[in-house]
Structures are given as structure tokens and as C-alpha cells.
Design a protein around this ligand. Structure first.
Ligand SMILES: *Cc1c(COP(=O)(O)O)cnc(C)c1O
Length: 437
């Protein structure tokens, strides 16, 4: 499969090059040259397929012959090693829990898939050049990428995270693994981290020496496997005739954009709700038609503290840059931290469900949408386990949350991170690493 740059000023590349490069040389995101609908037969009989088989059917066209069938099946089997249960919450509201992976956030699937693809594609015996995965995280990406890439040969990982703006659990997950994983604690916001990463990709004094790639959802191998969730939700729906929509807690808009791709592949999704915190660029865009990036604001759902969502350009491409057709499918609402806390409290008291702040925002999106759209089923994605946001969740529900084993294991370990406060320090870190390797 060929991928073109959405800025249209760089040549198209293979899946391999799109994965290794991350971002096109003209700074555009890569997008597949064709999208072919899956057969109705597959979609109508989805309950007869195992999760791994669904994953294979969904993703194979985006890889083409660049990874052999048995290898791709193995990568998917190693990616989908946990469950994605669909749980009833209230009348006409369900949640799809995406947090049963090793770091308890939905990004595990994308990170595990990408790590294995990169490991395979870069394992060229004639070329043992190392790849450095450079990634900015607002919290969950870092842990998922660190865990997904740990020990992958010829791949080094450098993670930038905003100092004091990620939770304790998140920080432990990305600073305690060692081996090929290095964490940089940045004085600044997530947007600052992301800006530094983007700058490094374009800095020839680095890229002439190091092959850099991203593991943010701008990378096609992180973004596309997120389509699996929407198919796996559909597989579990008892009544497949009722109109259903997904409410996706959105930050960089990779997950929801993967849902839109799932719809393009033929999944009968009635619509999407981009639910977000006060970083309300997309809800404002749908109201006014004007897309205005803003500096990010800090909230209790910090994985969505994004002021210029990278994947929004892919969403516009899926809808042929047609505002009206996008508005038909996409609704978007913004919620404050107080509303989010109230939702967590309601979910706990009335539905006996402990949601994390991101899931709670997703739930609020369902409620808002259903005020006008009665008789739809709304599925909100629960993108992280509540234990990852303990300091927010516990005071709201007035109950302590037990640590699942995968979290217990990291909490006792010692943080190792390098503090940086400027791009120059990032650069010297990346170059210094080369000379030490
Ligand atoms: C990353 C993340 C999001 C936002 O996902 P995007 O694909 O960036 O929109 C939501 N919730 C949690 C817990 C996350 O880690």
C-alpha cells in the first residue's frame, strides 16, 4: 500500500517508509492511497471470527504485501492478547473497555502493533541501522510505547513528557523500564513536547545521523490498528439493528479518526461524538467552520490536553474536506472538570461503575447527544483504567481503588529521567546518545 502526504508536497511512500519516517518530509501526515470496503459477508458474520482474524481482515489492505501473511497474523496475535469487553451502563449507553492491556490504556494496541511492525520492517540483514522512536506524550502514550517497544532490536525509544503534568502511575510507567527506553522530563506543556519532537524530525543536523520516527498517532502503524476496537465492539453488540454511535474521548483525534476509517470499511456506524475537555478546538470548529489551534489548557483528563489535534487533518481527508458531510457524522462537545467529576460520581453511585476522567467525558458526550437523538445506542470508549488517575478518581468516589498487578509491578521501581528545558538540550541528548552507543 502506498501512502501520500496530506500536505501533498512530498512523494508517496510504501507502508514500510511511512512507518519508519512517521511524518512526511513536507511535515504532512501520511494517508493511504486507497480504502477498500470489506465484504458485507464479513461484516454480517463478524461474530464467527476470532478477534485476531478480525484484526487481520481489517488491516491487511493497509499493509499489502510488505509483511507476509503469516508474519502479519503473528504480529496481530501478539498485539491482541487481552479482552475489550462491552459493558452495559444505563439504558442505551454502553462502554467499550480498552484498558485491559499491559499499561491499562487504549494506546497499548497501537504501540504493540507498531513496535512489532517496525521490528520486522527494520530487521533488514544488510542494514543494521538503528531507528530512534521519538515520542511526545501527554501521559498514556509514553507508557504504552515504552512497554510495547521494550527490548525490540535495533530500536531505541526516547520519550518526552511534560514535567508534573502526568499522573504518578503514568510517570512510573514511562521512566522505570530501562534497556532501550529513555525518558526526558520536559519543563513545559504537552504542546511544547510535541513541538520539540516535530522540530527534531525536520532538523537535518540530527536526521543526517539518526533515523528518527514517531510513535504518536501520526504514525500510520499506531493509528490504523485502532480500527480494531470499533469492529470488536460491533462483534459484541447483541442487537445489531439498532442505530449506534461511538463517543470517543478525544485529544489528538487518532482514535476517533480510526473509527471513521472503520466506517469507511463498511461498519454500519451511525455517527461519532468527539467528547473532550475544555480544549474545545473541534467543538468550536463544528459550530463556526473555523479551525483555530489554541495553547493547551491543563485538565483532569490530561491525555486530552491538546490544543492542535494532529489527526484532525486526516478526519477532513476522510470526509473529502467537506464540512457538511463531516457535520452529518461528527458531533462534538466540550466538558469542564466539574462536569467530569459529577459524571464520575453519578456513574459510581447510580451505575456502580468506576470511570476514569476520560471515560467520564465520553459518557457525558453520550448524554449530550442523546438529548436530541433519542433511541440511539451510544457506546463510549473507556480509554484508561481509573487507577491511572487515582488522585482524581478517589476523592470523587470516596473509595480507594486496588492496584491491578501490572500497576503494582511498576510502582515500586525507581524513576529514571533526564530533565530538559529547551530544544537545544533535546538535540544534544539525541546526538550525545549516538556517540555513546
Ligand atoms: C491518548 C488518550 C486519549 C485521546 O486519544 P486520541 O487518539 O489522542 O484522541 C483519550 N484517553 C486516554 C486515556 C488517552 O490516553
Amino acid at each position: 500500500m502506498q501512502y501520500y502526504s496530506l500536505h501533498k508536497k512530498a512523494p508517496s511512500v510504501s507502508f514500510k517508509d511511512a512507518v519508519i519516517k512517521g511524518l512526511a518530509p513536507d511535515k504532512g501526515l501520511y494517508f493511504p492511497e486507497s480504502i477498500t470496503r470489506l465484504s458485507n459477508d464479513f461484516i454480517n458474520n463478524i461474530t464467527e471470527y476470532a478477534n485476531q482474524e478480525i484484526g487481520y481482515e481489517v488491516i491487511k489492505q493497509f499493509i499489502g504485501n510488505e509483511i507476509p501473511e503469516d508474519e502479519l497474523k503473528k504480529i496481530i496475535a501478539e498485539t491482541l492478547t487481552f479482552d475489550f469487553p462491552l459493558i452495559g451502563i444505563e439504558n442505551n449507553i454502553k462502554t467499550l473497555e480498552l484498558f485491559h492491556g499491559p499499561t491499562m490504556a487504549f494506546k497499548d494496541v497501537g504501540a504493540r502493533f507498531m513496535a512489532r511492525c517496525l521490528g520486522y520492517l527494520n530487521a533488514d540483514p544488510d542494514n543494521d541501522k538503528e531507528v530512534t522512536v521519538l515520542v511526545a506524550t501527554s501521559g498514556d502514550t509514553g507508557g504504552a510505547v515504552a512497554s510495547g517497544f521494550l527490548g525490540v532490536k535495533n530500536v531505541n525509544v526516547v520519550i518526552l513528557y511534560p514535567s508534573k503534568k502526568v499522573s504518578d502511575v503514568q510517570e512510573k510507567q514511562l521512566t522505570t523500564l530501562g534497556k532501550n527506553i529513555k525518558a526526558l522530563e520536559v519543563e513545559g506543556t504537552f504542546d511544547d513536547c510535541q513541538a520539540m519532537v516535530k522540530k527534531a524530525f525536520l532538523d537535518e543536523s540530527i536526521t543526517s545521523i539518526k533515523q528518527l520516527t514517531s510513535a504518536n498517532s501520526i504514525n500510520v502503524a499506531r493509528w490504523l490498528p485502532q480500527m480494531f476496537y470499533f469492529f470488536l465492539a460491533y462483534k459484541q453488540l447483541k442487537n445489531k439493528d439498532k442505530k449506534f454511535v461511538f463517543s470517543v474521548p478525544s485529544g489528538n483525534y487518532g482514535n476517533i479518526c480510526a473509527g471513521m476509517m472503520a466506517k469507511k470499511l463498511g461498519l454500519p456506524i451511525h455517527g461519532f461524538i468527539a467528547s473532550t475537555n475544555v480544549n474545545d478546538i473541534v467543538p468550536k470548529f463544528l459550530q463556526t467552520g473555523e479551525y483555530k489551534p489554541q495553547p493547551s489548557k491543563q485538565t483532569i483528563s490530561n491525555a486530552m490536553d491538546v490544543g492542535d489535534p494532529s489527526n484532525f487533518i486526516r478526519i477532513q481527508e476522510i470526509y473529502n474536506n467537506d464540512f457538511e458531510s463531516l457535520k452529518n457524522d461528527l458531533h462534538s462537545y466540550s466538558f469542564t472538570d466539574d462536569e467530569t467529576r459529577e459524571a464520575m460520581s453519578h456513574l459510581y453511585k447510580k451505575c456502580n461503575y468506576i470511570a476514569d476522567p476520560h471515560g467520564a467525558v465520553g459518557y457525558l458526550g453520550c448524554r449530550q447527544y442523546q438529548k436530541k437523538n433519542h433511541n440511539t445506542l451510544c457506546i463510549f470508549l473507556e480509554t484508561a483504567h481509573p487507577v491511572k488517575f487515582l488522585d482524581v478518581v478517589e476523592p470523587v468516589i470516596e473509595k480507594s481503588i486496588d492496584f491491578p498487578p501490572q500497576i503494582q509491578a511498576v510502582m515500586g521501581k525507581t524513576k529514571e529521567a533526564t530533565f530538559i528545558s529547551s530544544y537545544a538540550e533535546l538535540k544534544s541528548f539525541l546526538l550525545r546518545k549516538t556517540s555513546n552507543d
